[in-house]
Design a protein around this ligand. Sequence first.
Ligand SMILES: [Zn+2]
Length: 47
Amino acid sequence: MAPADPYTPSGAYYECHSCGYRGTAAHTPGSCPECSSSVKNIGVPQE
Ligand SMILES: [Zn+2]
């Protein structure tokens, strides 16, 4: 793991396959905080 990239605003953006939960984290968690299913990293959030 590289140290925090100063260009990365707020870390990874991820989405749950099962419930559609989306969130941001320093790194993508292994499972959804809502339903514990697997999540997919969908990259850096863009407004
Ligand atoms: Zn979920």
